[in-house]
Design a protein around this ligand. Structure first.
Ligand code: NDP
Ligand code: 8X3
Length: 256
């Protein structure tokens, strides 16, 4: 069987772009997300375009028992996962700490930290058994710096940054690679989700400069995963040219 990649959050943005990129490279894929219809459409598209096999799992990464149940129920040959891309994640709200919603905080912590851990626990065990594998964790510039009103989202991505380092140490004896990918602004559904469907507000986030595209991140992840066996890229920060860091971004004035 060809190599296998398991991608969380494959229904949109970076996860969807990674799915297409890895399919193009001949990987069989386990794709996950909560939106079944999108998973089915994606699976249909990539099996039609590339001769690869796809397993779709409708899965909320926050549901620990369901993560364990669905992953452990996979046929044995699908448990030989070569690459895990821990991509599922989100931001909710952009308010100062005293005005933030505790429900939003729970959602971000449960998805970005706990969900990533639940998936990693199961899949890293398989990798340890085979003494082989590569885990790619989607962090963010928000995991390297903190910006105004980003408080809890930034904290979850700092946790991912810390878990990258921890996983790299714990999995070192088994030859498992762990890479952290930390993008700046990427135009996906991210801001629409952050602003809970307010598309006008979301659009403004990317106005006046050229943001990264999901495909830029998928290309970068493919580069990281396709290095020779003895090479690991530990950590990558990737930004649009217009963005220096979380608080310095140059926008062009709209032409009159
Ligand atoms: P999108 O909103 O476009 O995609 C997010 C994906 O995560 C969707 O497929 C969504 O699937 C999935 N997801 C969210 N919650 C859950 C859940 N509880 N269970 C399973 N899947 C879930 O955003 P991006 O592609 O931009 O984001 C991908 C990752 O990249 C995130 O971790 C984000 O924090 C990170 N990132 C994004 C940046 C950006 O500027 N866009 C910059 C830096 C990092 P579904 O809704 O179907 O469950
Ligand atoms: C997403 C990028 O700058 O909105 O992680 O936090 S940012």
């Amino acid at each position: 069987m060809s190599k296998i990649a398991l991608i969380t959050g494959a229904t949109a943005g970076i996860g969807e772009a990674c799915t297409k990129r890895f399919a193009k490279e001949g990987y069989n894929l386990i794709v996950t997300g909560r939106r079944t219809e999108r998973l089915q459409k994606l699976a249909e598209e990539i099996t039609r375009t590339f001769s690869v096999k796809v397993v779709e799992l409708t899965l909320d990464v926050r549901d620990k028992l369901e993560v364990e149940r669905q992953l452990n129920q996979l046929p044995e040959e699908w448990k030989a996962v070569d690459v895990l891309i821990n991509n599922a994640g989100l931001s909710q709200g952009l308010e100062p700490i005293h005005q933030g919603s505790t429900d939003d905080w729970d959602t971000m912590i449960d998805t970005n930290i706990k969900g990533l851990l639940y998936v990693t626990k199961v899949v890293s065990n398989w990798m340890v058994g085979r003494k082989s594998g590569h885990i790619v964790n989607l962090g963010s510039i928000a995991g390297k710096e903190t910006y105004a009103n980003g408080n809890v989202y930034c904290a979850t991505k700092h946790a991912v940054d810390s878990l990258n380092k921890a996983m790299r140490i714990d999995l070192l004896p088994y030859g498992i690679k762990v890479s952290g990918i930390h993008p700046g602004a990427v135009e996906t559904e991210f801001s629409e989700v952050r602003f809970k469907g307010d598309t006008d507000r979301a659009r403004k986030v990317y106005e006046g400069f050229e943001p990264l595209a999901a495909e830029d991140i998928a290309d970068t992840i493919w580069f990281v995963v396709s290095r020779p066996a003895h090479v690991n890229i530990n950590d990558l920060l990737i930004m649009p040219v217009a963005q220096a860091n979380s608080s310095h971004l140059i926008r062009k004035e709209p032409s009159a």
